[in-house]
Design a protein around this ligand. Sequence first.
Ligand SMILES: [Cu+2]
Length: 122
Amino acid sequence: MMTIRTRNTLRSALAALLLAFAAPLMAHEGEMGQVPEDGSTVQGTPEEIGIHFDGAMRITQFDVIGPQGRVSLENEPGSDPTEEYHVKPAGSMEPGNYEVRWRGLARDGHMMSGTFRFTVED
Ligand SMILES: [Cu+2]
């Protein structure tokens, strides 16, 4: 018959084993930086708007929303995984606060999403 101590030891060993197997599955691409930087203020329309990841990410949604609604972008989300995703505004952007909302699929199959904000000044 097992003592409680033995059972607890076995349980700990099993938990450690599960963690060892689970760790690689939990690793996924992270957000490394934004353009313009989150919380920053830029003068005039930014040349590009984008996001950097520490691994390839397949971006499925990338919306820039400002005072006049959704900003028209020159390129739409592609289907190729990339570490650097950039779009160019199709026209000039009015001064005001903008929010970028993105979604992507990491290599491990996890859906990732995030937002960042920047301000455009005259
Ligand atoms: Cu993941």
